[in-house]
Write a new protein. Structure first.
Length: 261
């Protein structure tokens, strides 16, 4: 992931912080954290603390040491909702991130855009942007957490992916929804079906109440607030419902595919 200006507070050693957290975490949180790649981003998701803004590393560790079984049960339940925030909490400007500079981001033409649907679905028709915009819209203000150690709160609007899956007659017993993006080097990412069906997983068409700008994934991104940032594909052009693990851009480079809570 690109070196977006590191927002980590100076003097905090990421590696040491993660190591301390591993020591403090009770099982099964610890096992899950290690299996997920033991990153600073995962720690942020886990605790809701962001070392990159106000909360100090020490506070984060204190919070971890106070984890009790009940909290853990809630955190590791796949149906648990990610925390939501208010308009006032939105990070402005919201960061851009990709494996290239902002000026090189895909520049899709909404006029001839078509979202292609493949695999284990009854209705394989492609969707124009007009058709997608007519789907019921919900808005959520949630935190986006990047594995690099920064996070930001944003407002995303669109339609719940689970409703769309129902609409197209997807076989929800399949293992994955695999998304492909328009990036030159073919960014893609598999999403496990449990997360695809999570009530907050969204086909997103707007950011902060306005049509999704190019930098945040125009015309569509998949917003997954229970996963790390790289599991939130932008510039999405197709989805395949499949039982095959097809890998993904960061997943193929060693990032854990689950990468969430
Ligand atoms: N198509 C595509 N999607 C992508 C990426 C990318 O490079 N290409 N980067 C991922 C990563 S690592 C992050 S942190 C977020 C950044 O989203 P933002 O630019 O809206 O902050 O997009 C994710 N989705
Ligand atoms: Mo990221």
């Amino acid at each position: 992931m690109r070196r977006l200006r590191s927002l980590l507070i100076p003097g905090v050693d990421k590696k040491l912080l993660v190591r301390d957290a591993v020591k403090l975490l009770p099982d099964p949180a610890r096992r899950r954290f290690i299996a997920g790649g033991a990153s600073l981003g995962a720690l942020t998701l886990l605790t809701g603390c962001d070392v990159s803004d106000s909360v100090s590393a020490e506070k984060l560790l204190v919070r971890i040491s106070k984890f009790n079984d009940k909290v853990q049960a809630a955190i590791f339940n796949p149906n648990t909702l990610a925390p939501t925030y208010t308009e006032a909490d939105i990070t402005r400007p919201f960061p851009f991130n990709g494996y290239y500079a902002e000026a090189e981001a895909p520049d899709l033409d909404g006029e001839d855009y078509e979202f292609e649907v493949r695999g284990l679905v009854d209705n394989k028709k492609s969707w124009t942007l007009d058709e997608l915009y007519r789907l019921p819209e919900v808005t959520q203000i949630t935190r986006h957490v990047c594995v690099e150690g920064w996070s930001a709160i944003g407002s995303w609007s669109g339609t719940p992916l689970r409703d769309f899956l129902k609409l197209i007659g997807a076989d929800t017993r399949a293992k994955y929804c695999w998304f492909q993006c328009a990036d030159v080097d073919g960014y893609n990412s598999p999403l496990d079906m449990a997360t695809a069906l999570h009530p907050q997983t969204q086909m997103t068409f707007k950011f902060d109440g306005k049509i999704l700008p190019r930098k945040y994934g125009y015309p569509m991104k998949i917003r997954v607030p229970t996963k790390l940032g790289f599991k939130n594909p932008k510039y999405v052009i197709s989805m395949e419902v499949t039982n095959d693990y097809k890998g993904g851009y960061w997943e193929d480079q060693g990032y854990n595919s689950f990468s969430g809570l």
